[in-house]
Design a protein around this ligand. Structure first.
Ligand code: NAP
Length: 286
């Protein structure tokens, strides 16, 4: 199923004649910056669309790309289309783009809850579609992106998508049936982690530490512990045991966490978010 891969910069195999990035909001602008930073596609070959002309002007000035509000113009001649629209905007876009989009173009959609089947159906041909579920740390190259290829995506298409998102962090390729779980875990996950960082920092404040110091200690602790899991490949329980000296301090802290139900609460949080993702998929795709 999933493959774990360290972040790596593209190996230069990516050949894109024209990239159309549809929707450059919070996520889309991050993807645009990532693609340009990685050097896969020069700005002259990138066309970006948004809903508002003033926003287009800002993006054109900031990134040196062509930016406007015409999706039909953007997708014409594009061999790569990245969708970073809100889910409810996708059907309208596909209707608009359909007559202008080349049959061989690769469409990578980062719109939550929109299936590859829906995009294929709306485009009305054997469209090459890949669904991507990134998360916000992609903005600083520490992201986690899951890719799910549609029925007609080729292995080369998957490699193209992998190369793009690898420039923003880790990438896994999964079966699309796992996308709801992934939405609840790694796409929503940064929000849960911020709550944990904030709570640990509050604990430091309670114990008399200055807030900024406490936040730094807390955030770096999560970063370091996470890196140890990924770099050693060890089971987290084993790494926890290393910290937990018999009759030491950590075991007392762990007892409090178990009594407070942290483990069950986190499991339930992810399950609830995944259920909501499934519900949104059903609403979007009927
Ligand atoms: N944020 C995350 O952590 C995250 C993670 C994974 C996936 N996603 C998915 O990414 C998608 C975008 O989310 P977001 O938070 O980036 O939303 P957002 O900030 O609202 O961005 C939407 C963008 O789409 C543009 N737009 C609206 N209608 C358009 C149209 N018809 N044609 C072209 N552009 C249009 C908007 O233009 P204006 O700027 O002019 O209004 C805006 O730039 C969503 O489907 C979300 O589920 C987000």
């Amino acid at each position: 199923m999933a493959t774990l891969r360290k972040p790596s910069v593209g190996d230069g195999r990516l050949q894109v004649k024209k990239l159309a990035l549809i929707g450059a909001g919070k996520l889309g602008e991050g993807l645009l910056a990532g693609v340009l930073r990685s050097g896969f596609v020069p700005p002259a070959r990138v066309e970006v669309t948004v809903a508002h002309a003033e926003r287009a002007e800002q993006l054109a000035e900031k990134y040196g790309v062509r930016a406007h509000t015409s999706n039909a113009r953007a997708v014409a001649g594009a061999d790569l289309v990245i969708l970073a629209l809100k889910p409810q905007q996708v059907k309208g876009f596909l209707h608009e783009a359909r007559p202008h989009l080349g049959k061989q173009a690769l469409v990578i959609s980062a719109a939550a809850s929109v299936t590859t089947a829906l995009i294929e159906r709306q485009l009305g041909h054997a469209a090459r579609v890949i669904r991507a579920m990134p998360n916000t740390p992609c903005l600083i190259r520490h992201g986690m992106t899951a890719l799910a290829p549609g029925r007609h995506a080729t292995p080369e298409n998957v490699e193209t998508a992998r190369e793009i998102f690898s420039s923003m962090g880790r990438v896994v390729v999964v079966d699309e049936k796992h996308m709801d779980a992934i939405t609840g875990l790694s796409a929503s996950g940064p929000a849960y982690v911020y709550l944990i960082i904030e709570s640990l920092a509050e604990a430091g404040v309670k114990l008399g530490l200055p807030r900024d110091l406490s936040t730094e200690l807390s955030a770096q602790t999560l970063l370091g512990a996470s890196a140890l899991v990924l770099e050693t490949g060890e089971h987290p329980a084993k790494l926890k045991d290393v910290v937990t000296t018999p009759a030491g301090c950590t075991i007392d802290g762990l007892l409090e966490l178990e009594e407070g139900g942290l483990r069950v609460t986190l499991i339930k949080a992810v399950v609830r978010a995944a259920e909501r993702a499934k519900q949104l998929v059903e609403n979007q795709n009927t």
